[in-house]
Design a protein around this ligand. Structure first.
Ligand code: IPM
Ligand code: MG
Length: 361
């Protein structure tokens, strides 16, 4: 059966890197005798320009019918002052597709170890963290939220709120993921201060009873932010809420030194209701280099690998893509963001990088 994929290129470098992801899908199709049908839809600033809406109803409709979605990036200064924000498109599609589980692996590629923001001795034993971030709850979506004036003072507020069902389902995703790797979960909260975190911790502990083979620890978010810098090697799976996960996943990415390399998957209860997974590079829209063929397409390409593995169960194809990426890196190919101190080689552009990886497949 033909597998149907929706591309949401979005803004900034999104269209350039998604084009390389598509190139890789086509190469995989050939190599493994598969067949993907592909359709494009609008999101973010591009959708605002075309229709005034960062998430047009038509986009939600086609995504719901897809097997998987590949997203580039949204946002840019062009829309910063407008009434409609491109980011609302991203938050909206997460909610509409019930993508509650965001998986963000932060790995140091041996080929790129010198790019880590940390001292070599802090990463030499390897960094391989999977941040499992809850994606459809928390202060991002909590109600009430708004702005008002009380007694002549302007107030603004958001509600940090979780129910036990939301916590349990993301905890399950984290424990299951840990089973397939280092068998350790560190749950991150702020339960010394926040009620919502105390519920989080209690429900994670209850859920843990079903996963006795996985070790569970807890960490306050401030300490975790510090530990990721001091000793990133200690972590296997980190599970946390939407806001803490947003921050810690960027931090973990910086530790690897190659934000331009990091893919992500956002999943619904796919096992239960078969909703599409959404795959996207962790990096943003990088408007400063958009349209100049300077972007690093590897995060988008590795997101395609995650899609092949997680949505389509094509482990071998996924591995082929990942190995192709590493082979190209081993040959000394580097985009501008992957250049370490003293590097003198030439810089590989976005489209050429895609061609090189495709050729290895
Ligand atoms: C991310 C981004 C988004 C978020 C923004 C663009 C809304 O930072 O995917 O991490 O905060 O979730
Ligand atoms: Mg973020």
């Amino acid at each position: 059966m033909k597998k149907h994929i929706v591309l949401l290129p979005g803004d900034g470098i999104g269209p350039e890197v998604v084009a390389q992801g598509l190139k890789i899908l086509r190469a995989v199709e050939k190599k493994f005798a598969l067949s993907f049908s592909v359709e494009e839809a609008l999101i973010g600033g591009a959708a605002i320009d075309a229709s005034g809406d960062p998430l047009p109803p038509g986009t939600v409709e086609v995504c719901k019918k897809a097997d998987a979605v590949l997203l580039g990036a949204v946002g840019g200064p062009k829309w910063d002052k407008g009434k409609q924000r491109p980011e609302a498109g991203l938050l909206g599609i997460r909610k509409a597709l019930n993508l509650f589980a965001n998986l963000r692996p932060a790995t140091v590629f041996p080929e790129l170890a010198e790019l880590s923001a940390l001292r070599a001795d802090r990463v030499e034993k390897g960094v391989d963290i999977l941040v499992v971030r809850e994606l459809t709850g928390d202060v991002y979506f909590g109600r009430p939220a708004g702005e008002e004036t009380r007694d002549g003072l302007r107030y603004a507020f958001n509600n940090m709120i979780y129910n036990e069902y939301e916590i349990r389902r993301i905890a399950r995703v984290a424990f299951s993921a840990a089973r397939a790797r280092g068998k350790r979960v560190c749950s991150v909260d702020k339960s010394n201060v926040l009620n919502v975190s105390r519920l989080w911790r209690a429900v994670v502990e209850e859920t843990h009873k079903d996963y006795p083979d996985v070790a569970l620890s807890h960490m306050y978010v401030d300490n975790c932010a510090m530990q990721i810098i001091i000793n990133p090697t200690q972590f296997d799976v980190i599970v946390t809420g939407n806001l803490f996960g947003d921050i810690l996943s960027d931090e973990a990415a910086a530790v690897t030194g190659s934000l331009g390399m990091l893919p992500s998957a956002s999943l619904s209860g796919a096992a239960e209701d078969g909703g599409p997974g959404l795959y996207e590079p962790v990096h943003g829209s990088a408007p400063d280099i958009a349209g100049q063929d300077k972007a690093n397409p590897l995060a988008a390409i590795l997101s395609v690998a995650m899609m092949l593995r997680m949505t389509f169960g094509l482990g071998e194809a996924a591995q082929t893509v990942e190995e192709a990426v590493r082979a190209v890196l081993r040959e000394g190919r580097r985009s501008a963001d992957l250049i370490g101190p003293g590097w003198k080689g030439e810089i590989t552009g976005c489209a050429q990088f895609g061609d090189l990886v495709a050729a290895k497949i």
